[in-house]
Design a binder for this molecule. Structure first.
Ligand code: BEZ
Ligand code: FE
Length: 304
């Protein structure tokens, strides 16, 4: 037995967690405790500050509902979601399209539409066509891949921000054709503020960050035998393209709509983007996030 001080308490906690049956849970919690304790020592955390931090986390929990995930939003603004994506990309068997954030506006139950349909129920801005091919790492088309797509309307709002769970718009699921091709019509989305009316928004404002995301279209692409791809394409001319609040933009994901005589709708401005999938390995899910309704009641003792 030794006196507890700001160093020996770390060893004492780690010793008490030694018998964790899951190796992975033990590894994660050992590192979490070591880094958390080092953080407290680094900043010489005071009781008053720690209580404020606990109040902040309590507010985060209370803000979560079946349609809002404030904890994922915190992970996003801290760059942790982008970090987990980057680490996951390193374990890919083959080079795939860069990943980007799933975000809080993904819903599992979007309607299935036919290739060429518009994902905007009532387009109130000039239409674009988005077309491309889902490919494997060798460049061959992936037939019958599932392409889920979601975006804001032309004014920067997701359907659930306007209509709650009542109505779906600006989102759909498509199936690629025998050559792996897909196309759909849409309107240009607008950049938007992340949800700023909760504790995460207050943190962002306290840090004098703008809180915006550049305009983008989300994709979740899946096919039998391939690792699921969660990504987005970002509009080059958006003023926030270099300062995304949640660190989702990679150079390879930036697009510019342009006239395109080769597109399936040559009368419209087009975005042409082909996505590459990696073969699936033995690892699990690629989603840093979820439909928020899925996360109610998730259990930590499922790790490992
Ligand atoms: C989104 O792109 O939908 C999103 C991602 C992270 C935080 C907020 C929104
Ligand atoms: Fe988004």
């Amino acid at each position: 037995m030794h006196d507890l001080d700001e160093f020996t308490v770390t060893d004492a906690v780690i010793a008490q967690m030694q018998d964790t049956p899951s190796d992975r849970l033990r590894e994660i919690m050992d590192a979490a405790v070591r880094h958390l304790h080092a953080f407290a020592r680094d900043v010489k955390l005071t009781p008053e500050e720690w209580l404020l931090g606990i109040g902040f986390m309590t507010e985060i929990g209370k803000t979560c509902t079946a349609s809002r995930q404030e904890t994922i939003l915190l992970s996003d603004v801290l760059g942790l979601s982008a970090m987990v994506n980057a680490l996951h990309a390193k374990t890919s068997l083959e080079k795939a399209t860069d990943a980007s954030l799933l975000g809080p506006f993904y819903r599992e139950t979007a309607p299935h539409l036919k290739l060429g349909d518009s994902i905007a129920a009532l387009p109130d801005a000039p239409e674009l066509v988005f077309y491309g091919q889902i490919r494997n790492a060798a460049g061959a088309g992936v037939a019958h891949a599932m392409v889920q797509v979601w975006q804001t309307d032309a004014h920067g709002f997701y359907d659930m921000q306007l209509h709650g769970q009542e109505k779906m718009d600006h989102r759909a699921v498509f199936t690629t054709d025998a050559e792996g091709r897909f196309h759909f019509r849409t309107v240009r989305p607008l950049g938007y503020y992340i949800p700023m009316d909760g504790p995460v928004g207050r943190l962002v404002l306290a840090q004098k960050r703008h809180g915006c995301r550049p305009a983008h279209i989300h994709f979740l692409v899946g096919a039998e035998g391939y690792r699921e791809l969660v990504t987005s394409v970002y509009f080059a001319d958006d003023p926030y393209i270099d300062s995304d609040t949640v660190f989702g933009v990679s150079k390879s994901l930036i697009v510019s709509p342009a006239p395109d005589p080769h597109s399936p709708c040559p009368e419209l401005e087009a975005i042409h983007y082909d996505f590459t999938l990696s073969l699936a390995g033995a690892d699990g899910d690629s989603r840093v996030g979820a439909d928020p309704s899925r996360l109610v009641g998730a259990q930590i003792d499922h790790v490992g």
